[in-house]
Design a protein around this ligand. Structure first.
Ligand code: ADP
Ligand code: ADP
Ligand code: ZN
Length: 213
């Protein structure tokens, strides 16, 4: 099963993608997590990506597509994957589509997690991330067992540099201009499914399971 998660920054794509990955036994592939891991390790890729991420802009398509295609070519992706944060532009979606077509394959479901902008700003200021293992929490809605510490790996949780309010506003603009058109792209392919992302994360997941079967 090949799944694409769509939705604004902070809509809950990552939270749901991790639950899907666990339930269906497929890898969770997040371009944002790959970039952050590279930033942490101080690689050239990380340095380049950071200059865009800190401004709330998108990393250029060429670089992003290369990273993603490398990742999904790995063995563990053979039986499918859930993509979180990719594609984010029409050109990215077109390259992915062309690569899959070559393999006689296609995306099965594009799930749009729908959350209005007003809710997003509030959600992001409470998001805490583990840069070691990629786990994500929310100080009110999805708190870790011990404040400031990752349940999964015991590392310290941080407020991401790009989750400050000004940067979030810019990311929302970028989302509406560059990413929202993908809803139309996948609707035309007949694979778009929308879920209400404003309800409790367990309820969102139930709606997704009803779609995936
Ligand atoms: P969010 O929580 O907003 O969905 P991500 O972790 O997916 O955040 O992405 C963080 C940042 O990484 C983005 O704002 C962007 O700069 C960069 N990024 C991640 N995925 C992509 C992509 N597919 N194309 C371009 N830039 C990306
Ligand atoms: P995205 O990957 O779309 O940027 P995340 O999954 O990181 O979004 O979620 C953004 C923030 O909102 C995180 O702090 C997360 O814990 C929290 N969150 C996720 N789903 C819900 C939900 N259904 N209700 C409230 N908060 C949520
Ligand atoms: Zn962790």
């Amino acid at each position: 099963m090949k799944i694409v998660m769509l939705g604004a920054p902070g809509a809950g794509k990552g939270t749901q993608a991790k639950m899907i990955a666990k339930e269906y036994g497929i890898p969770h592939v997040s371009t944002g997590d790959i970039f952050r891991a590279n930033i942490k390790e101080g690689t050239e890729l990380g340095k380049e990506a950071k200059s865009y991420m800190d401004k709330g802009e998108l990393v250029p398509d060429e670089l992003t597509v290369r990273i993603l295609l490398d990742r999904v070519a790995q063995d563990d992706c053979k039986n499918g994957y859930v993509l979180d944060g990719f594609p984010r532009t029409i050109p990215q979606a077109e390259v992915l589509d062309a690569e899959l077509t070559k393999l006689n394959d296609a995306i099965d479901f594009a799930i749009d997690v729908d959350v209005p902008d007003e809710n997003i700003i509030r959600r992001m200021s409470g998001r805490r991330a583990c840069l070691k293992c990629g786990a994500t929490y929310h100080i009110e809605h999805i708190p870790p067992k011990q404040e400031g510490i990752c349940d999964a790996c015991g590392s310290e949780l941080v407020l991401r540099d790009d989750d400050k309010e000004e940067t979030v506003k810019n990311r929302l603009d970028v989302y509406h201009k560059q990413t929202q058109p993908l809803i139309d792209f996948y609707t035309k392919k007949g694979v778009l499914k929308s879920v209400d992302g404003t309800v409790d994360s367990a309820e969102v997941f139930s709606a997704i399971k009803a779609i995936l079967g």
